[in-house]
Design a binder for this molecule. Structure first.
Ligand code: KG4
Ligand code: ZN
Length: 349
């Protein structure tokens, strides 16, 4: 079985071709970052137009790279939400059009399910597992009980963690999106302890029950220090202090999640914790989660960076999993700016 996946919910126009064994036959991602950088954030109108300009050629490149034509594809999967609605409509309509013309099954994919299932594509992780989904738009901890059955344990009450990284990046004068650059600055810090002492930052929600997050207080605390920074040395230390504060919060929230997971699945030996979304590429956070997971006799799996950030392969993989079970969608499927994961369960009944 071979499925094409199309992704256009934010600022990446992406298409990929994947088979049922998880072989990625092609994976083309075109980023619009340069179009948005001067605005310091993704501008929905610009994004939608750029997706429209790009989509046809990205789909063609994905087919060419895979050495296949549309006739060789068994199904077409496209993100139908959640995301910036203009972009979602572009990718969804491209997918529906190809499916209609070639009389192929269409699978309307929830973008978040793409991130949740990508460790099954990269590492064949089996259900059930614990998921930390951390991106520019989302900060969620979930249990993936089975396909389409995801239980939300916690989420951010305000900013998403990636948004917090991006805002801190902006305060430090770094390019957009700042997460990667904050991480690069932090990596130059030779004394993290000294950084934490020089810039004591809050750990919002740490020590509280449950798995919710909050990042707006951390962002404001970083801003307070920004006026008095003396040179690059201070910037490096502040970036490191911020990254460690985030990692500390992640560690604490995931500890609670592990205890919920093990209560729910007491007989699962060596359960998996997986991470997804752009922030999951952060090495400091990864190292903390690996340590936490080891200490609970669990296994930590993070897909490779190119499958953590938005891509078409993860959408194609959701298509493979759903199509294998005969779960397809009709042309009546709608594009949705909001699409809570819990609704996927109802969709399947
Ligand atoms: O999943 P993603 O590509 O797009 C969505 O938001 O759906 O995630 C992008 C986010 C941005 O906020 C970006 O700054 C952040 O992931 N990011 C990072 C790193 N690489 C990307 N944040 C922290 N450390 C990184 N290494
Ligand atoms: Zn994403």
């Amino acid at each position: 079985m071979i499925v094409m996946g199309i992704e256009s919910s934010c600022d990446e126009t992406a298409a990929a071709v994947v088979d049922e064994k998880g072989t990625i036959l092609s994976n083309i991602v075109s980023s619009q970052i340069r179009d948005h950088a001067r605005f310091g954030g993704v501008v929905p109108e610009i994004a939608a137009r750029a997706h429209m300009d790009q989509i046809e050629q990205i789909v063609q490149m994905a087919l060419d790279d895979a050495g296949l034509g549309l006739d060789d594809i068994d199904g077409i999967a496209a993100t139908c939400g959640p995301g910036l609605i203009g972009g979602v409509i572009v990718g969804m309509m491209a997918g529906k059009t190809m499916a209609a013309i070639k009389n192929k099954p269409f699978i309307g994919v929830n973008h978040l399910e793409g991130h949740i299932l990508s460790p099954r594509l990269s590492d064949g992780v089996e259900f059930p597992y614990l998921v930390l989904l951390v991106s520019g738009a989302h900060t969620q901890i979930l249990i993936a009980h089975g396909l389409g059955n995801y239980e939300l344990l916690g989420t951010s009450l305000d900013d998403a963690v990636g948004e917090c990284f991006d805002k801190v990046g902006r305060m430090l004068g770094l390019p957009f999106p700042g997460g990667k650059y904050v991480a690069q600055l932090a990596a130059q810090c030779t004394d993290r302890q000294a950084a934490a002492e020089k810039f004591p930052l809050p750990r919002p929600m740490k020590g509280r029950q449950g798995c919710d997050f909050s990042f707006s207080g951390l962002k404001t605390a970083v801003l307070r220090y920004c006026d008095d920074l003396k040179g690059d040395g201070d910037k490096i230390m502040l970036a490191a202090a911020m990254e460690d504060a985030v990692a500390d919060v992640m560690d604490n929230r995931m500890k609670n999640a592990i205890s919920i997971f093990t209560t729910c699945y007491p007989h699962v030996e060596k359960g998996h914790i997986v991470s997804g979304g752009g922030v999951a590429a952060n090495e400091t956070i990864k190292a903390r989660l690996t340590r936490l997971t080891d200490s609970h006799n669990m296994i930590f799996t993070a897909p490779p960076a190119h499958l953590c950030t938005d891509n078409g392969a993860m959408i194609a993989w959701v298509g493979i999993e759903r199509l294998s079970r005969g779960w397809t969608d009709t042309m009546a499927m709608k594009a949705r700016p909001r699409w809570p994961l819990e609704e996927l369960k109802k969709d399947n009944i």
